[in-house]
Design a protein. Structure first.
Length: 228
């Protein structure tokens, strides 16, 4: 793991049991992940597809689990939560994944005046995914000048944090990870964010992908302990 990423690992996210993936690993079966989101997931023309976090996630998770991992990239640049929900049936549920990595919230913050409606839609969508038996990892907002100065950012962040505490839902703390890297002096904003003031750099994607893979792998290997 890249040293700068590893030094910030403690804030990236807690583990939570993923029994369905644990069972597939035990049987030697491959794992299917849908990466669902906006431009952070789809990637932009500034970086090769192999360097965006969804691609890094697939490579690193396969190494950690010692089993094949297929990541289906269903990111679409500019999508808000409502636009993602409109394609959730075809792009997520119909793919029959073992895990959904949902990167969300940035475009709602940037494009809307107030995000309460988007938050309600997010909650309902998570209920739908859980009703289909799909565990979810929520990837929150990135640190970036355009995002940091928006008044709706703290509201969306708090909502993602709350949903990430639910059963069957994990939370990957992308914002906290990037902020820690800057605060410790190991990286600068320019190291992590492109000159457009919004999208992650290669290093931002690398750290997100590596540490997300580590969180999922640890969660997949946890065995739920009976309390009887």
């Amino acid at each position: 793991m890249e040293k700068r990423c590893a030094k910030a690992a403690s804030v990236a996210g807690e583990t939570k049991s993923l029994p369905n993936i644990h069972a597939k690993i035990a049987e030697g079966e491959s794992i299917r992940v849908v990466a669902f989101g906006s431009s952070s997931t789809e990637g932009t023309g500034f970086l090769p597809k192999s360097e965006i976090f969804a691609s890094v996630l697939g490579r690193e998770l396969s190494k950690e689990l010692l089993t094949p991992v297929e990541v289906i990239n269903k990111g679409k640049g500019g999508d808000t939560i409502s636009k993602m929900i409109a394609r959730m049936e075809s792009d997520v549920i119909a793919q029959k994944p073992d895990l959904v990595v949902w990167q969300l919230g940035v475009n709602d913050v940037l494009q809307m005046e107030g995000v309460e409606g988007a938050i309600s839609q997010m909650k309902a969508a998570i209920d739908t995914l859980r009703a289909h038996g799909l565990p979810v990892v929520l990837v929150d907002l990135q640190v970036a000048p355009m995002v940091d100065r928006d008044k709706d950012t703290p509201v969306m962040q708090a909502a993602i944090e709350k949903e990430g505490a639910r059963a069957g839902v994990l939370h990957f703390h992308r914002q906290a990870l990037m902020r820690r890297m800057i605060e410790t002096g190991d990286s600068t904003m320019d190291d992590l964010v492109l000159k457009d003031g919004l999208h992650m750099s290669r290093l931002g994607h690398l750290c997100t992908g590596e540490l997300l893979a580590h969180q999922i792998a640890k969660s997949s290997l946890e065995v739920r302990v009976s309390t009887r």
